[in-house]
Design a protein around this ligand. Structure first.
Ligand SMILES: O=C(O)c1ccc[n+]([C@@H]2O[C@H](COP(=O)([O-])O)[C@@H](O)[C@H]2O)c1
Ligand SMILES: Cc1cc2nc[nH]c2cc1C
Length: 351
């Protein structure tokens, strides 16, 4: 499934992009006046292979949840059981992602790809039960996952993307939940960019100074132990990744293979995007950076991918919340190509 997905990922369609650029030049606005939205809409035309590209009308967030053996190293102040408890909160509709999704008219799909704790007794109809294993191993001591486990998690993400697209989703949004998951995200970003552990490691849920120092040391120790090879993305994900990071990698690849844009949320989505780009460089064409997380690794990773985030509100929540806030910006960028009059049709004089 991974191999066929990678084979289906194509470069952007240059002809559709040229048409979109030409159309922008005829619309009733000064050339370039929509800033980043213009190039975004051009790219989406290239992804869809048509101008205008389809207006996104059915956005779907997938929140991939997993736990982390590295939690044992004291890299976060939160107890591990919060991951399972928040999955319960997502299913009950009580989390920030649910509130934002209702605001934006998006669906929320919760995927248990590796929660260690016991999920609360709830209506689980909205839960995709795809646990690869109950949490990763401690990446500072041993590989977090076997290659087989990492591949299985990637394929969970591909399948979720396929199922959402088959059900009518035309825009996919990354979401994540996993106490301690900013530690593997930092390690992945360091592995793929070559940046120093201190440059990519952030304060996650809000760690104090001693915890931050420990977290940087843990990321450094993991990289020293495994020396992950950035040209072997499955090996990197297995050594220092997480189950939700691996599944998100597959989710992004699955979106790209079906020519659907995928809006990246925070640092976990960005770390997965780097892995996806290592599998298939053309997958970057499907990626849209939703927002700039305050995690330093997120900015570093986006710069490496050549992506500029659409919004910057100082968020560091995860769940898909930053991606959701950017959804109306993406839809507006495309709507311009569908609805705005040309100078000719509206009888507006050109300069
Ligand atoms: O999206 C982000 O950039 C982001 C930044 C900081 C924290 N988080 C969320 O917080 C959790 C991980 O934080 P931590 O400190 O336990 O590693 C996890 O559930 C993430 O979704 C997410
Ligand atoms: C309460 C809580 C909610 C979250 N949502 C995403 N990560 C989170 C981490 C915590 C701790």
């Amino acid at each position: 499934m991974l191999t066929t997905t990678l084979a289906a990922i194509r470069p952007l369609d240059e002809e559709a992009m040229a048409s979109a650029r030409a159309l922008h030049g005829r619309l009733t606005k000064p050339a370039g006046s929509l800033g980043a939205l213009e190039e975004l809409s051009v790219r989406l035309a290239g992804l869809a292979g048509s101008c205008p590209p389809p207006l996104p009308e059915s956005a779907a967030v997938a929140v991939f949840a997993g736990d982390h053996g590295v939690h044992a190293q004291g890299v976060t102040p939160w107890p591990q059981e919060v991951t399972a408890q928040m999955v319960g909160n997502f299913l009950a509709g009580g989390a920030v992602v649910n509130a934002f999704a209702r605001q934006m008219g998006a669906s929320v799909t919760v995927v248990d790809v590796g929660v260690a704790g016991v999920l609360p007794e709830l209506d689980h109809r909205d839960l995709v039960a795809a646990k690869v294993r109950p949490g990763t191993r401690d990446l500072s001591q041993q590989p977090a996952l076997t290659r087989d486990e990492a591949r299985t998690a990637v394929e969970v993400g591909i399948q979720v993307a396929r199922d959402l697209v088959d059900a009518g989703a035309d825009l996919l949004l990354t979401g994540d939940m996993g106490i301690a998951n900013t530690t593997p995200a930092a390690a992945l970003i360091a592995a793929f960019t070559g940046a120093a552990p201190a440059a990519v490691t952030g304060r996650g849920t809000g760690v104090d100074d001693p915890t931050y120092t420990r977290k940087v040391a843990v990321v450094r120790a993991a990289l020293d132990r495994h020396t992950p090879d950035p040209t072997d993305p499955l090996g990197v994900l297995a050594a220092v990744g997480g189950l939700e990071h691996a599944a998100l990698t597959g989710f992004i690849l699955g979106a790209a293979a079906r020519q659907r844009p995928v809006l990246l949320d925070g640092v976990i989505g960005v770390s997965a995007a780097l892995a996806a780009a290592a599998f298939a460089p053309d997958a970057v064409g499907a990626m849209v950076a939703g927002h700039r997380s305050v995690e330093p690794g997120a900015s570093l990773g986006l710069a490496r991918l050549g992506l500029e985030p659409l919004i910057d509100l100082g968020l560091r929540l995860g769940e898909g919340t930053g991606a959701l806030l950017a959804y109306p910006v993406v839809a507006s960028a495309v709507r311009v190509l569908h609805e705005v009059a040309t100078f000719d049709s509206a009888g507006v004089s050109e300069k």
